[in-house]
Design a protein around this ligand. Structure first.
Ligand code: GRF
Length: 204
């Protein structure tokens, strides 16, 4: 399967996918990496792996829908089977959703439906949860509301309240990278279908 991965930051989830895809048995290869900003480690990781990259910044477009169309066109040019949003910090627009409906996988550092949005780790910590974790899900028209593919649990320690969630987020990302690599690999090799709110992957 052909994957396009969208990033906005350090790209450690991307790196995990790049490492997994180095094995032909994984069944997927990353054909391009897209970002909404320049100068991020995620783009350097792609370049180091010899993977083509593209950047489309919202502020370069008069209208948000123009950015959406540009991102959609740039992604479509690589003829992806699956898109993985791995720490991509923009809400995908209508044209992107129409073009790639049911083929966009997102990873979120909380146990959805709890704590959606851009501050899932911080919000879970502030709430005082004893466990949190990460969720791999299909993207739908909402924010972090699509059908869930996989989840992983991470315990919250008292000390996590002392650093604003940084240590907790790193522990979540350790689980998240494994969860994402495994889910994307299975979907790429076995295919999947969506039944209501469930994503069914053969051999699960
Ligand atoms: C991940 O935890 C992702 O769930 C969240 O931002 C983080 C991105 O990390 N949205 P990286 O860029 O993959 O290292």
């Amino acid at each position: 399967a052909r994957l396009v991965v969208l990033v906005s930051g350090s790209g450690t989830n991307l790196q995990a996918l790049l490492d997994a895809a180095a094995d032909p048995a994984y069944g997927a290869r990353i054909v391009a990496v897209g970002a909404d900003r320049d100068g991020i480690a995620g783009l350097e990781r792609a370049e180091k792996a010899g993977v083509p990259t593209f950047v489309h910044r919202v502020k370069d477009y008069a209208l948000r829908q123009d950015w959406d169309a540009a991102l959609t066109g740039a992604t479509a040019a690589f003829e992806p089977d699956l898109i993985v949003s791995a720490g991509f910090m923009k809400i995908l627009g209508a044209s992107f959703m129409e073009r790639f409906a049911h083929r966009i996988v997102n990873t979120h550092p909380a146990l959805l439906p709890s704590f959606p949005g851009a501050h899932g780790v911080r919000d879970a910590l502030a709430y005082g949860v004893k466990v949190t974790g990460c969720t791999v899900h299909l993207v739908d028209e909402g924010v972090d509301t699509g059908p869930i593919i996989a989840q992983g649990v991470v315990e919250v320690a008292d000390s996590d309240h002392e650093d604003g969630g940084d240590a907790l987020h790193e522990r979540i990302k350790t689980v998240e990278r494994k969860l994402l690599v495994e889910a994307v690999g299975r979907m790429a090799r076995e295919g999947y279908r969506v039944e209501g709110r469930r994503v069914l992957i053969p051999g699960q």
